[in-house]
Design a protein around this ligand. Structure first.
Ligand code: 0X9
Ligand code: ZN
Length: 306
């Protein structure tokens, strides 16, 4: 099986990024955006057909939650697919999209947590960062409760030991701060914010911090229909939906939306619970292809409505 049909350790991912930018220096750049709590570098890959003009961009991040390995697998396979379909076979949609958009891909946001799930087999289901603040009893902040969007309101916890701990203050996590700073600095060109999570096979849109439905529903419906008929290459259904009945403030999607990025989505990739976070490697490729198809649909929609 190919590189993209397996999960990879952080070491391998760093190495892969290095190799990718070396091999495709005409198309890929690696941007350092900061360092983690445990001082690991945070990188974003910029995919860009070198052109004179400043282009619009689409941001995709992966691995906000440590245990959601399929998320980072997506962020690796996207450039991988590009390498084959765009460069070799001249995929028409992809060429068109690359003519108009740059892509910013961040393969692992929560590098410390990801490493922890790999190096401590008994901690495979770790979710949070690995930071410790003050003399807190427990380690880790939920990065998807740490963004400055109704931070630590109902649906997050101010207790350090909870899985949904919001941290001591908004952007207390250096990884969250790095992402937020990058998005703030590029908010005029970034037209879509997409964040990959797992699991449940849904595409969520703001808000999660209030029950107000802001992006609902015509765009979502048309996209959902397209997704059903075209985008989803497998039989798997992704439902577009408002997140939950339960509130979940401090999330990156809501924050990006309020920053002014009107197309803001959280993808919950496969599966629906059979394997959950322990999704078998055989499912990486189909998951990647169906999510990629949905990303393309979003990009096409934005292009038509720029
Ligand atoms: O609760 C989350 O952070 C996400 N689900 S997960 O199972 N991957 O943890 C959903 C995020 C939805 N968006 C916001 N809460 N803003
Ligand atoms: Zn998640």
């Amino acid at each position: 099986s190919s590189y993209y049909e397996n999960y990879h350790s952080l070491r391998e991912i760093y190495f892969w990024m290095e190799e990718m930018v070396k091999t495709h220096s005409d198309l890929l750049q690696k941007i350092y955006i900061g360092s983690s709590y445990e001082k690991r570098p945070l990188y974003v890959l910029k995919i860009s057909r070198r052109q004179e003009k400043v282009k619009s961009a689409i941001w995709i991040d992966c691995g906000i939650h440590a245990r959601e390995w399929i998320s980072s697998a997506f962020c690796l396979c996207f450039p991988g697919v590009l390498q084959t379909t765009y460069l070799r076979e001249r995929d028409q949609t992809m060429s068109t999209l690359l003519e108009h958009f740059d892509f910013y891909i961040m393969p692992v946001v929560n590098v410390d947590g990801y490493e922890y799930t790999w190096s401590h087999p008994s901690k495979r289901l770790w979710r949070k960062s690995r930071s410790s603040h003050g003399n807190s009893k427990c380690i880790g902040t939920d990065m998807n409760r740490n963004f400055d969007a109704q931070w630590c309101g109902e649906g997050a916890s101010s207790y350090e030991c909870r899985e949904i701990y919001c941290g001591p203050y908004p952007e207390s996590e250096p990884e969250v701060r790095a992402v937020a700073r990058f998005l703030r600095n590029h908010k005029d060109i970034i037209k879509a914010y997409i964040t990959m999570h797992s699991y449940s096979q849904m595409v969520l849109f703001p808000y999660s911090y209030t029950t107000n439905k802001i992006m609902c529903c015509s765009f979502q419906e048309s996209l959902a229909n397209k997704a059903k008929t075209r985008a989803l290459v497998s039989a798997n259904c992704y439902f577009f939906s408002l997140p939950y009945i339960d509130l979940a403030p401090g999330g990156s999607d809501d924050w990006a939306y309020d920053l002014g990025i009107k197309y803001s989505f959280t993808f919950e990739l496969r599966d629906t619970g059979t394997y959950g976070f322990l999704l078998p490697p055989q499912e990486i490729k189909p998951t990647c292809l169906e999510a990629l198809a949905a990303v393309k649909e979003i990009a096409k929609h934005i292009l038509q409505n720029l």
